[in-house]
Design a protein around this ligand. Structure first.
Ligand SMILES: [Mg+2]
Length: 160
C-alpha cells in the first residue's frame, strides 16, 4: 500500500467489538443487583464458546484488533481477565471495557450504545459480535457489520 492510499480509510486499523457473556463464554444466569458479588464469582464457572474463541484468533491473524465491551460491572474485571486467560483469548484482547458504576441499572443495549458512541471516536470499529437481539439491532443501526454469536452455540448439523 502506498502513502496516498494510506491517507484514506484503507490504511486505518480496524477493530472488532466483542461481547463476552453468551458470546465468547457461556452465559452465567441469575444476575441481580443485590447479588452482584456472588454472580461475579459464578462467572468463573463459565466455559469457552469454541467457535467464538477461534474467530477472535482468526480476526487477530487477519490484522484486526479486538475490543471487549461487557455489561459486567467493573467489580467483575479481575474475574473477567482470569477467565479470558483461562480460555486462551487474553493475548488477543487489545482493549477491555466493563460497565462503570454510573451506568448501573441501564438496559444492556442502551449502555452499549452509549459506550459505542464514545469508543468510535477513538477506534475504527467495523464489526460487532453479540448474542442479544437488541444489541445486534442497535449495532446494525450504527452501520456495523454484526455477527450473531448464537451461530456458535446452535446445532447446525442438520437432519441427516
Ligand atoms: Mg451477551
Amino acid at each position: 500500500m502506498n502513502n496516498k492510499e494510506d491517507k484514506g480509510t484503507m490504511g486505518k486499523q480496524k477493530w472488532i467489538l466483542w461481547d463476552i457473556d453468551g458470546t465468547v463464554v457461556t452465559a452465567t444466569p441469575g444476575w441481580a443487583p443485590e447479588r452482584t458479588m456472588a454472580w461475579n464469582d459464578e462467572t468463573l464457572d463459565a466455559g469457552p464458546i469454541e467457535g467464538a474463541v477461534c474467530l477472535v484468533i482468526a480476526f487477530s491473524l487477519m490484522g484486526y484488533k479486538n475490543i471487549f465491551l461487557t455489561a459486567r460491572d467493573v467489580t467483575c474485571k479481575k474475574n473477567t481477565v482470569k477467565k479470558l486467560k483461562e480460555i486462551g483469548v487474553w493475548p488477543y484482547v487489545d482493549a477491555l471495557y466493563h460497565r462503570p458504576m454510573r451506568y448501573s441499572g441501564i438496559a444492556s443495549h442502551k449502555y452499549k450504545h452509549t459506550m459505542y458512541t464514545m469508543l468510535k471516536k477513538t477506534f475504527n470499529i467495523t464489526h460487532a459480535i453479540d448474542d442479544e437481539d437488541k444489541n445486534l439491532a442497535m449495532f446494525a443501526d450504527q452501520g456495523l457489520c454484526v455477527i450473531n454469536a448464537n451461530v456458535f452455540t446452535t446445532n447446525n448439523e442438520g437432519g441427516e
